[in-house]
Design a protein around this ligand. Structure first.
Ligand code: GLA
Length: 344
């Protein structure tokens, strides 16, 4: 059993397949180089002393009964509580948290924080490490129940199952995760911050989720994975459009996998654009700032551009030809390995 461990969990970019995870659908994300690092060192007292170094803030609480709070502290307390609920015998620990992902930029700083916290805490616990799928589900409970965002499993799975130079095709019904080589023949992917911070607890994210659940109820389905475009026609607006987005987005994920395998970058660009149009018009998660970011990428020669993640602000993904310069306020994003831990 180690007395000290460092865990790193990456953020993610979702190539395509948005708002499909909580509808038992398909997505094609990849882990990026930026992420969150948590250093854990055991304490003799049964307490957690956590410090968010970038924020200059700290939190301390006893292992026994973490109370509910808001902000980054909710992630730490939620991770501690949920790990213990799974029977992981945690030890008291001093935690130091640092991160390179811009919070609220839509590159999933939240999942990276949950995953890094859980990996670091389990690495110094007197227990075998958890299965990564169980860990993803546990992290998602932290976010759902402690942070208050009803997000799905996309971000946690991308962070935990990332593979260098690959995207991962995730089927959220079977929980099958398949790496797909992401080679773009000189093209580059960039994430351009729309400048508008988003928050899943405050934005329309939870409302979209509730609308999908309502559409299922009206259609007599367990999930929108089984919905069809014909079924959508029987619903009133906006539920009809929400269903159209989910059905067509699942198809676009399959087509994107095919485009990657066939090295068809032009097709990938078209699919990104079609995804954005659907997210804007049918799922209604775009904003004026997001539209400006998409337009500027396309005007400057991007082959495709779309809002990534939950929307309502955050970042925009662009597919750029080799000759197009990366805009000043954008970062190039490349598929990197998944979360990892080192003990010392
Ligand atoms: C956020 C959530 C994910 C997923 C996306 C939309 O990133 O955390 O679970 O629902 O939005 O695809």
């Amino acid at each position: 059993m180690a007395d000290q461990a460092t865990a790193f969990a990456p953020g993610r970019v979702n190539l395509i397949g948005e708002h499909t995870d909580y509808n038992d659908g398909l997505a094609l994300p990849f882990a990026i180089a930026d992420g969150v690092t948590v250093n854990a060192r055991t304490l003799t007292e049964p307490r957690i002393e956590a410090r968010a170094l970038d924020l200059g803030e700290s939190d301390g609480f006893t292992l026994e009964r973490p109370e509910r709070v808001s902000g980054w502290r909710a992630f730490v307390r939620g991770a501690v509580a949920e790990l213990q609920r799974m029977g992981v015998p945690l030890r008291g620990a001093a935690l130091e948290i640092t991160g390179e992902i811009h919070r609220g930029a839509g590159l999933s700083s939240s999942a990276a924080l949950e995953v890094a916290l859980c990996l670091a805490l389990t690495a110094i616990a007197d227990a075998a490490s958890l299965d990564r799928m169980d860990l993803a589900q546990l992290c998602s409970r932290v976010e759902n129940e402690w942070v208050g965002a009803r997000t799905g499993l996309l971000d946690q799975l991308a962070s935990l199952y990332g593979v260098a130079d690959h995207a991962v095709r995730i089927d959220f019904r079977s929980l099958d995760v398949q790496p797909v080589p992401l080679e773009l023949a000189g093209f580059r992917l960039v994430a351009l911050d729309s400048g508008e911070r988003h928050s899943h607890t405050r934005s329309g994210y939870n409302e979209r989720r509730a609308e999908c659940a309502r559409a299922c109820e009206l259609l007599g389905l367990d999930s929108l994975r089984d919905a069809t475009l014909e079924m959508a026609d029987s619903l009133k607006t906006p539920l009809d459009n929400r269903v159209r987005h989910v059905v067509s987005e699942n198809e676009r994920v399959e087509l994107a996998v095919r485009a990657l395998i066939g090295s068809d970058v032009a097709m990938l660009g078209e699919l990104l654009n079609a995804s954005h149009v659907s997210l804007r018009d049918c799922f209604e998660v775009s904003t004026a700032a997001v539209e400006r970011a998409v337009d500027s990428l396309l005007r400057n020669g991007a082959l495709g551009a779309r809002v990534v993640g939950g929307g309502f602000g955050g970042s925009v993904l662009g597919l750029l030809p080799a000759h197009m310069a990366v805009p000043d306020d954008a970062i190039e994003v490349r598929p990197g390995p998944g979360a990892r831990v080192s003990s010392g």
